[in-house]
Design a protein around this ligand. Structure first.
Ligand code: BGC
Ligand code: NOJ
Length: 818
């Protein structure tokens, strides 16, 4: 069952009813100001950091769900009836409803009692504000006396404090009102230099700044007293719950349309220049009004929408593919890169499942998110890499997470996830392959625990590699530390205290659990870094890395192979995990993907056997399971992984992030039919027809789909912020379609289904545009017969680097080598 459809021409997902299985959300904002918006306009906004600079309040775990956000009410002043043109919060039936989630904007249209409304919301490029255009048309045969009420509820900036510290918070709220702008200035009198504003383009009939006055006692947002009465009290709130609510009154003739604009802004003010009583403690409204007012006009708003469209044209124009398969094409061309860009910006901090106060920017997450965004945002990626390097520790390890506002590592989460540093090598090499910007390696960056000890990025990377080499266990495999990519494989924790968070249980010195995943990851990183070292003429490092790579491969071959597949780990007692000798968790997906990607077992058949085992034991119609059999109960030697009910999350769900690893691995084996099939199983567009099962948005990947052991196999959770986005994009564009950046240029090496006869990719790369047409007359999965570039035959599969700003036509003919 579908709840909407894709409109590919407009690059929108169109939702036909407000009661989707879950709120289906979109993100507004391309930079520092971010808004989350659901298909009924709920959600929240923040500036840079969803914990420290939260503008509006949102109650997770609320009932009914998704209540808070952008509040709009239309009231028929003739009879006092009212409704929400975005359906919630009033939830009166709408005769028509349609939500269009587009790239960086959302538009909701509805009809109720002959009054049509369309609300379009966006964050203009480069601005720190969210603007709403509200268009109301009278479709009745007679004039309509209407009131429009708008409201936002302010969060008192620190979202964690806002949700916990009521003895203080109920006494600190402050607002100011200037003309039609309501300014939220809580704590401006003390150490904050920022305020939020809510403005309206129309003369107000009235306003409200105290939530209780607007809603009335013991009422919710679904039936505010002010709306019921049709009047506000125009009072200035102190303490309590500051809001900004505005009242506009119109008479609309039959057929007449009115357009009104609202803007919710974030402003940093010069406190020395602040005017008014109390000097610095009162914000000056002038710069606020000056910043906002140009956007409160149709010319300003329409221009902002045009600029937003142009922004996404530029972003998505970097790569365009045509395979003839709609599910694949719309993901590659629209939704997957869009999700990559959002995930890159927000990391795992703020979504329907991430409260914005927990996880900041994760080290491994951000490095992987970069893989799917670097071609669109190379400049930003450069500074992101340097930010990440600056949260590395002098040991070569890394803070597991940092706060976006401060860019400081989070001490509460700490470090010791032993895969973390290797992802920095991976991301930096992806950046180098994309841009050829070798100079970045000479940029100096401090360490999270030694600000003075600045070293070049290159030295940071060498330390990252050494971190693994310095921490090896009894089998010569890398020590896992607190956990590796699988945060829930807590082999050294042995936690039996329910009050102890799994992610921060102290790890004893001398803990010996080892990870085959890190071993494989090391081999990938070591090969790339050795290559980098050679190009820098650092022969000694290149040699050391090559030796270490060899030793690690030997260790994997001797101790990381279980007989039919790659082993997952050794636990703290030296017992195998992910082995045929285990009753539960016999096979894990991660090492099958990562070790094959590291080219281990490609030459001796092990990789093929490992991937066959994945196909036999882990493949379901909804994707590839993380492990089998799932753990039936909690195991102290394994930790959080066994805490989940079977089939959920790390305990045997389709943990989507891992699936593209297998897709890439299948491409390395040349099995294009399987690679394509696996990619489609988790492709959200491909799953659109079973939206009642999948439940999450059909336009973005979710972190997990409930596995075979779950009663609701196929149900997705944790949509939007997942490393799946980047890896799915990399797998599809670089490995299946095979247009892959390398240190020396763009390679074309597709691995496709045998029956895909032609496809094309247009790719901008290092200041040239490549128009690549691939034909597959012999029906092979992999193999190139010939490549012509601008009509001239090419030897090998690496395209020339023109760097001339021109378009070059590349004709690729697949087939068995002549
Ligand atoms: C989740 C993991 C996540 C970890 C760290 C765990 O509860 O299952 O997917 O990586 O928390 O935030
Ligand atoms: C989600 C986390 O954000 C990521 O860092 C981790 O690798 C996966 N879960 C797997 O546990």
């Amino acid at each position: 069952m579908r709840f909407g459809h894709f409109d590919d021409d407009r690059r929108e997902y169109v939702i036909d009813r407000p009661d989707t299985p879950h709120p289906w959300i979109n993100y507004l904002g391309t930079g520092e100001f971010i808004g989350i918006i659901s298909n009924t306009a709920a959600g929240y906004t923040f500036y840079r950091d969803a914990r420290l600079r939260r503008l509006t309040r949102y109650r997770y775990n609320n009932v009914p769900t998704d209540e808070d956000g952008r509040f709009l009410y239309l009231r028929d002043d003739a009879d006092g009836s009212y409704w929400s043109p975005t359906w919630r919060p009033a939830r009166r039936p709408l005769e028509e409803y349609r939500c269009r989630h587009g790239l960086g904007y959302t538009s909701i249209a509805s009809l109720h009692a002959g009054i049509q409304a369309r609300i379009t919301t966006l964050v203009p490029v480069g601005k720190t504000m969210e603007v709403w255009s509200v268009e109301v048309t009278n479709r009745r045969h007679e004039a309509a006396e209407l009131s429009l009420f708008s409201a936002v509820e302010f969060c008192l900036w620190n979202a964690f404090d806002d949700a916990t510290n009521f003895q203080r918070n109920l006494n600190i709220g402050e607002v100011r009102v200037s003309n039609d702008t309501i300014i939220h200035c809580t704590e401006f009198r003390e150490r904050r230099n920022h305020v939020a504003s809510f403005s309206c383009s129309e003369r107000l009939a009235g306003f409200e700044t105290q939530r209780d006055a607007f809603l009335g006692p013991y009422r919710g947002w679904s039936r505010p007293l002010a709306v019921e009465r049709g009047t506000t009290s125009d009072a200035i709130a102190t303490g309590g719950y500051p809001i900004a609510a505005q009242h506009v009154r119109w008479t609309l003739e039959p057929g007449e349309t009115k357009r009104v604009y609202f803007a919710l802004g974030y402003h940093e003010l010069d406190k020395n220049a602040a005017s008014g009583q109390g000097g610095r403690s009162v914000p000056d409204p002038e710069p606020i009004e000056a910043a906002v007012s140009p956007l409160l006009t149709s010319a300003g708003f329409d221009e902002a929408l045009r600029e937003l469209r142009a922004y996404w044209d530029r972003m998505l124009g970097t790569l365009h593919a045509a395979t003839g398969d709609d599910d694949v094409d719309r993901m590659i061309n629209i939704w997957n890169p869009y999700q990559c860009a959002v995930t890159y910006t927000v990391s795992r901090s703020a979504s329907r499942y991430e409260s914005g106060i927990g996880r900041g920017i994760g080290f491994r997450d951000a490095n992987q998110d970069l893989l799917g965004a670097v071609h669109m945002l190379p400049q930003h990626a450069r500074s992101r890499i340097l930010d990440l390097a600056s949260t590395q520790l002098i040991s070569g390890g890394a803070y597991h997470q940092y706060q976006p506002l401060t860019k400081q590592g989070n001490d509460a989460i700490g470090s010791g996830f032993n895969d973390d540093p290797l992802w920095l090598i991976h991301a930096t090499c992806a950046y180098l392959k994309e841009t050829g910007d070798w100079a970045v390696l000479d940029e100096a960056a401090p360490y999270g625990d030694d600000a003075a000890g600045r070293e070049t990025l290159y030295e940071h990377l060498l330390r990252a590699a050494n971190y693994t080499l310095d921490r090896r266990g009894p089998h010569g495999l890398p020590l896992i530390g607190r956990a590796d990519w699988n945060d829930c494989l807590n082999l050294n924790s042995h936690s039996s205290d329910p009050d102890e968070p799994f992610q921060t249980v102290p790890i004893e010195d001398g803990a010996i659990a080892e990870s085959v995943l890190i071993a494989g990851l090391f081999c990938i990183a070591a090969r790339d870094l050795a290559d980098v070292a050679l190009r820098r003429n650092d022969r000694a490092a290149a040699h050391r890395l090559a030796e270490a790579d060899r030793a690690m491969r030997d260790a994997i071959r001797s101790h990381g192979w279980d007989g039919g597949w790659f082993l997952r780990a050794y636990d703290a007692a030296g017992m195998p995990v992910g082995s045929s000798t285990n009753g539960e968790g016999r096979i894990f997906i991660e090492p099958q993907g990562i070790c094959t990607m590291a080219a281990i077992g490609l030459d001796d058949g092990r990789a093929r056997r490992a991937l066959d085992a994945v196909g036999e034991q882990l493949a379901t119609e909804h994707g590839l399971l993380l492990l089998q059999p799932a753990y039936a109960g909690y195991r102290t030697n394994l930790g959080e992984i066994s805490s989940y009910p079977p089939g959920y999350k790390e305990n045997g769900s389709v943990f989507c992030h891992t699936n593209p690893w297998i897709v890439i691995a299948e491409c390395l084996l040349g099995r294009g039919d399987r690679a394509w099939d696996y990619a489609l199983r988790i492709n959200p567009s491909h799953r659109e027809a079973i939206s009642e099962v999948h439940e999450c948005e059909p336009y973005v990947y979710a972190q997990m789909i409930a596995g075979r052991d779950a009663s609701d196999h196929g149900k997705a959770r944790n949509s939007w912020l997942t490393g799946t986005a980047s890896w799915a994009y990399v797998a599809m564009t670089q490995w299946i379609l095979g247009v892959r950046p390398t240190f020396d240029g763009l390679v074309v090496d597709p691995c496709i289904p045998a029956d895909l006869k032609t496809f094309s990719v247009v790719r901008s790369f290092r200041d040239a545009r490549y128009e690549i047409h691939v034909s597959n007359p012999d029906g092979v999965c992999r193999g190139i017969r010939s490549i012509h570039v601008d009509g001239t035959p090419l030897t090998g599969d690496r395209l020339p680097m023109f760097g001339d700003g021109e378009t070059h036509v590349v004709d690729v003919r697949m087939g068995r080598a002549a």
